[in-house]
Ligand binder design. Structure first.
Ligand code: MSP
Length: 531
């Protein structure tokens, strides 16, 4: 076993390595937004974080796509990779590593790993007969296919019959160890419903699976038998390991695994659960590598209640969406609207109405009206108070004092939409509190100290909310903090923990207010439905 020296303040997480057969779609954007939000939450709490994303570039699917375009596969991949990088840039994704399976160092890692599994006696040559879906890059059981051998996921594509010599991985050797893994570490697969799926699948008995292909050049040759190319999934999963190498470091498994392994969280869609929760741990056990901590399979997105796809003609281009509405809007919608793990829907009217209600009205107006009142009633200076000066039974204080810990727990449990709900509970209570306590009439009555207490309590609630929402809407949170007179930028994630520690900033009524407030400007403008 490779030694595990990783300390528990280091957090490593991955998105899938996306196929480069086409430009990124909304599903890839969804997983990557989730990963970025989780990475930012961990950083906010002081962890050293490594967020890995990247691309899966080998295999028949990519080779054929390149061929159709009349391009060399590498040139095709290089083009598509740029569109991924561009999307992550405009979505404000702060990834630390971009792992490409065509990275020359990756071949060394795959070769060494293959050799370990080979030496273990877990690889053998046999005849593979079966139906292969190139779009899934997976053999299918006849019963899994639709009429005329169409794939149930890629319904417009027919699976192809294969009868060829392939190298196989002895997955069946790992039946018992996998069952023990799921039993002893119930959190290994999440959510619970996905765990049950996998446990039931494994219970039916595991079959060995083929890990090489013939008649395919685009990939790495099998060591000692270059007629065969290593199966794209065997190669791709190891992309997570290659990503851990430092720049310029020699590409050995030992180096790659020395600092950031084991991965704490593989975030994936439910369709690729079997690869991550069954094949991957078995491959790792075979190679003597410690297992990742958790695999989380999120749900699928539909559009207006329908499965999205080119054949249906209802795809949603994430670049258009961000260009039209901005990164924070898109990030917020997917985090707040979809309970992580469940399927979710995109509907433009709902998208606009949620953003207008939450970000423009509840949050944006709250900040705006509060700053406006401070200009009017306090000569533009934030009241110099602390939470101690606010009555203990003040509603905002009551909610605020526990909110940081509650939201931290929701974030840790990956209940991201619940975290939003809790934060917006304070935001809505703040609006209500202003309406009910009517500081404008107290001001007229000369009750200055009461006015200041109200405005302080509200201002502090806005600040805390902005802080806790910063992993989700970093640009808006930064604007709010700057209007409150701080110079903190939530996009400078590596400096955050010195400037705005979670210990201090997640509390209510403790951060010293900055007397000089920034210039009030709307943080989120109301959206209109496109005409
Ligand atoms: N290349 C493999 C992953 C290899 S990881 C070592 C792959 N790539 S993919 O580009 O096809 O899919 C990437 C991710 O997008 C998967 O997690 C998949 O679940 C997700 N989605 C694809 N369509 C989706 C939706 N309609 N909704 C949500 N996510 C979806 O698989």
């Amino acid at each position: 076993m490779t030694d595990n020296k990783k300390d528990n303040r280091k957090f490593t997480l991955t998105t899938p390595l996306y196929y480069v057969n086409d430009i990124p779609h909304i599903g890839s954007a969804y997983t990557t937004i989730l990963a970025d939000v989780i990475a930012r939450c961990q950083k906010l709490q002081g962890d050293e974080v490594l967020l890995i994303t990247g691309t899966d570039e080998h295999g028949q699917k990519i080779q054929r796509t390149a061929q159709k375009k009349g391009l060399a596969p590498q040139d095709h991949c290089d083009q598509i990779v740029e569109s991924y990088r561009h999307l992550w840039e405009i979505l404000n994704i702060k990834y630390d590593r971009f792992s490409r399976t065509t990275d020359p160092r990756h071949q060394n890692i795959v070769k060494e790993f293959f050799q370990r599994v080979w030496d273990r006696g877990d690889i053998y040559l046999d005849q593979q007969k079966g139906w292969y879906c190139v779009a899934c890059e997976e053999f299918k059981e006849e019963r899994e296919l639709l009429e005329n051998h169409h794939c149930s996921i890629h319904t417009n594509q027919k699976a192809e019959w294969r009868d060829e010599a392939n190298y196989f991985f002895r997955l069946s050797n790992y039946q018992q160890q996998l069952e023990e893994l799921y039993q002893n570490r119930p959190d290994f697969i999440q959510p619970e419903s996905r765990r049950n799926e996998v446990v039931n699948f494994v219970k039916q008995g595991l079959k060995d699976f083929s890990i090489s292909r013939v008649n395919l050049d685009w990939g790495f040759p099998v060591p000692n038998d270059p007629e065969h190319t290593i199966y794209v999934w065997f190669d791709a999963l190891l992309g997570y390991v290659t990503a851990l190498l430092e720049t310029g470091e020699e590409a050995t498994l030992e180096n790659a695994l020395s600092k950031w392994w084991p991965i704490n969280l593989h975030l994936i869609g439910k369709d690729i659960l079997r690869f991550h929760a069954v094949y991957w741990p078995a491959m790792l056990i075979s190679a003597g590598v410690p297992l990742p901590e958790k695999v989380f399979g999120h749900g699928f997105l539909t559009k207006d209640g329908q499965k999205m796809g080119k054949s249906v003609g209802n795809t949603l281009n994430p670049v258009d969406l961000v260009n039209r509405y901005g990164a924070d809007a898109v990030r917020y919608y997917f985090i707040k609207e979809i309970e992580l793990g469940k399927d979710g829907d995109f509907n433009e009217e709902r998208f606009i109405s949620i953003l207008n209600a939450d970000l423009a009205n509840d949050l944006g107006n709250l900040l705006n009206r509060t700053l406006g009142m401070i200009q009017k009633y306090c000569q533009g200076e934030a009241p110099r108070l602390t939470g101690e000066n606010i009555a203990q039974d003040n509603r905002l204080r009551e909610i605020g004092v526990n909110l940081g810990q509650e939201v931290r727990k929701s974030y840790q449990d990956l209940q991201l939409s619940l975290a939003c709900e809790k934060i917006f509970n304070l935001i809505r209570a703040s609006n209500k509190f202003i309406d009910e306590s009517a500081p404008w009439s107290l001001y007229k009555q000369g009750k200055q100290s009461e006015v200041e207490q109200i405005l302080y309590a509200v201002l502090e609630s806005v600040r805390l909310s902005a802080y806790l929402l910063s992993p989700i809407i970093p640009d808006i949170s930064t604007k709010i903090y700057q209007q409150l007179g701080f110079t903190i930028n939530f996009n400078e994630t590596n400096k955050l923990n010195e400037e705005a520690t979670f210990e201090l900033h997640s509390q209510w009524g403790v951060v010293p207010t900055n007397a000089t407030l920034g210039k009030p400007e709307p943080v989120f403008s109301k959206l209109d439905l496109p005409t």
